[in-house]
Design a protein around this ligand. Structure first.
Ligand code: HMG
Length: 384
């Protein structure tokens, strides 16, 4: 039985910060941000959005009547959850009017958790072939104003439906994974910003990718020439480039060229949105599926997922015939282009929670769909 990604969608807020503006305000050379780090823009998340609204707003774009009947598991991956007890998946179940006869759970392991969710979903469908699993990966990446990590902030949500006979890509049973207790990035429960040893985190990411790539080749016999593209977890786009440059020479000359073009293709959306933590690697996949060159049904792509702390997984997917018809990339491109640019002053106010509902403009994108937002508190519980 073929199991994989049947549907894939993305949502982020309507506000965006130009990183050249940020560089100027911080007294940095803009080239450091746009070339050295590889980020042009960053999603700014206002306080009427959180991981639940973004997750629900991503999922509502792909959940249709047929899915409603057959989804009996909702897996919500996040490291910026809204409650220490209740799962964000329960809120999504209610907002999207999904069946109450379902398992709803939230999972955490930094940015890696989205991939764990995908693997759990795949295993579940293997034993329940007529069921569909909704996997959501939603986060807000925060490091703090004026910190080195500031340029690598961002936020948004990915939603996927994992099912048999998928329309987009089959998930191949070839995963290699590893985990190690490393203090590269963490967020104690009383803090809203991450603590990070940025350079250590970059080194561990590169090391884990190389180790897993070698292990993958040993276990599967595949070589780089067997792949048309890679989707990397992208805390910033240069990170994927740094990791990939360790192995690119293993491909033949023409394949090196194609893989390099497709690496740039896989980074386009992230360049304009920033880090999504759990969803980031799947935004990279969405970007690769949208802009990748020479991709066709039967082609093999690699996915490298990394979460600080640290845990990583490398696996491959096989594109399905006509996958292009089911990838919503062009819709996303238009939505990103329509976002409202905020000044650095406005961004700082939104970041510090001083601006609420400043200039809302969501209407047109949600014409035929429900749009979800945070409305306030009741008995200490967030209301949507
Ligand atoms: P930094 O120390 O300010 O930057 O922070 P830098 O001095 O290392 O410079 C960055 C790059 O810009 C360098 O290039 C410079 O040469 C270049 P590189 O050597 O790396 O190729 N540069 C310039 N280029 C052109 N013109 C110029 C110029 N000046 C310098 N004028 C850092 C960078 C990424 C460390 C920081 O932003 C940070 O701490 N970010 C957060 C941590 C992070 O994203 N880590 C990535 C790996 S860990 C991960 O992916 C997991 C994560 O998503 C969390 C989770 O799992 O939950 C973060």
């Amino acid at each position: 039985m073929t199991i994989g990604i049947d549907k894939l969608s993305f949502y982020t807020s309507e506000y965006v910060l130009d990183l050249v503006d940020l560089a100027q305000k911080r007294g940095d050379d803009p080239d450091k941000y746009t070339i050295g780090i590889g980020q042009d823009k960053q999603a700014v998340i206002p306080n009427y959005e959180d991981v639940v609204t973004m997750g629900a707003n991503a999922a509502v774009q792909i959940v249709e009547e047929d899915d409603r009947k057959n989804i009996d598991m909702i897996i919500f991956a996040t490291e910026s959850g809204i409650d220490n007890s209740k799962s964000s998946a329960l809120y999504v179940q209610k907002l999207l009017k999904l069946s109450e006869f379902s398992r709803t759970i939230e999972i955490k392991q930094a940015c890696y958790a989205g991939t764990y969710g995908v693997m759990q979903a795949r295993d579940y469908v293997a034993t329940h072939p007529d069921k569909r699993v909704l996997v959501i990966a939603s986060d807000i990446a925060r490091y703090g104003l004026g910190t080195p990590g500031e340029v690598t902030q961002g936020g948004g949500a990915i939603a996927m439906i994992i099912a048999k006979n998928p329309k987009i890509a089959a998930i191949n049973p070839d995963s290699v994974y590893m985990s190690q207790d490393v203090a590269d990035f963490w967020r104690p429960i009383d803090r809203s910003e991450a603590i990070v040893d940025g350079h250590l985190s970059t080194d561990i990411y590169k090391e884990m990718f190389l180790t897993l790539w070698k292990r993958y080749q040993q276990q599967t016999g595949y070589v780089l020439d067997d792949f048309l593209g890679f989707a990397f977890h992208l805390p910033y786009t240069k990170m994927g480039k740094k990791a990939f440059s360790q192995i690119i020479n293993e491909a033949n000359e023409s394949r090196q060229e194609l893989l390099s073009e497709n690496l740039i293709a896989s980074q386009k959306f992230s360049r304009d949105v920033g880090n999504l933590y759990t969803g980031s690697v799947y935004l990279s996949l969405l970007s690769l599926l949208t802009y990748g060159q020479e991709l066709a049904g039967g082609d093999r792509l690699a996915i490298f997922s990394y979460g600080s702390g640290a845990e990583a997984e490398l696996y491959s997917i096989t594109l399905q015939e006509n996958f292009h018809e089911y990838v919503l990339g062009n819709v996303i491109e238009k939505k990103l282009a329509k976002r409202i640019k905020v000044s650095v002053d406005e961004y700082e106010k939104i970041f510090s929670d001083q601006l609420y509902d400043s200039h809302r403009n969501v209407t047109s994108d949600f014409k035929n769909k429900e749009y979800f937002e945070f409305l306030g508190w009741k008995n200490g519980e967030r209301q949507y």
